[in-house]
Structures are given as structure tokens and as C-alpha cells.
Design a protein around this ligand. Sequence first.
Ligand code: IMP
Ligand code: MG
Length: 178
Amino acid sequence: MLKDIKEILLTEEVIKEKIKELGGKISRDYKDRNLLVVGILKGSVVFTADLIKNINIPCELDFMAVSSYGNSSETSGIVRILKDLDNNIDDKDIIIVEDIVDSGVTLDYLQRYLKARNAKSIKIAALLSKPARRKTEINVEYLGFEVPDEFIVGYGLDYAEKYRNLPFIGVLKEEVYK
Ligand code: IMP
Ligand code: MG
């Protein structure tokens, strides 16, 4: 697995510190609110788990699964909901938790979808952002790190379902996916 990694961008320690900071900020901002954290499967599972451990106010957790990629490294532009939320969200202040914002198509769709279902408020937390690739403007309230326009894996992010279990964030060698 390690032989497929070109470069380590973010170590476990650096990620941990950043998530502590984001959790603290969310805890202050959502005090006395009705926080529901919505993790987007599967990429954000590792980030979501670490983030909620750093939130020290009451919060609920749910997950959605969407697909826009298939097994390719380029977005198809079409978002499909594979798993929806378990409960009604009328009175919830939602934070959508994503692994990475690339084109922005997935989050744009999800924001519209949750708004249409009458969420009280919707904000976004993303561990990574690739600003160079944006097709639609997305406001990420809680952002971990900006990364260059390369294919990133680890810490939940996959290529063809692999590398999610790497504890750091790295760049995948081009020869693996080209
Ligand atoms: P977007 O809709 O183009 O913003 O794509 C968002 C989704 O694409 C993320 O939730 C990831 O699952 C996936 N994705 C985008 N870039 C990468 C990458 O560099 N590595 C792994 N997955 C990625
Ligand atoms: Mg993915």
C-alpha cells in the first residue's frame, strides 16, 4: 500500500491538531443549538469520528451515502443518494461533514437537498479542499486544509475503495490510476 504513495501531505499529528481546533470552534458556535452532524459515507467516516470526539456540546450523528464517482478518479457530475437520513430534520442545525471538496458538485447538491427538507440551518465541515478544481462555489465554514490538484488518499479517502485505512493523507502515484 505504501509503495503507491508519492508523498505524505499531512501527518497524523498535524491532522489531529487541526481537528481539535475545528471541534472547539464548532462547540463554541453551536452552544444552545440543536446540532446534527451528518457524515457523508464513506470517505468522511474517519474525519467524522475524530471530529465528534472533539465536540463537547450535545450533538446527534447521522450519515448519508451518495455516489458521484463510480470507480473513476473524475467526477461524473451526477449525484445519487444511496442512503438517506434516518430522521426528520425540521428543527436541526446541520453540519455536513465531507472528506474533500473537489468540484463542489456533491456538496452543492446535498445543501439544496437538506434545505428542501427544511433543516433549520446548514453549514459545511470539510477536512480538505482542492480550490483549483471548483466548478460551483461552496462556502466551507469549517475547513481543515487546502491541497493541490492531485489525487489524494488516506484518512478515509479512497481510490477504487482502497487506501482509506492509511492514518495520514498522501498523494497517490499517477501510475496507479492512469
Ligand atoms: P465533488 O463533488 O467533485 O466535490 O467531489 C467530492 C467527492 O469526490 C469527495 O467526497 C470524495 O469522495 C471524492 N474525491 C474528490 N477528490 C478526491 C481525491 O483527491 N481523492 C479521493 N476522493 C476524492
Ligand atoms: Mg469517495
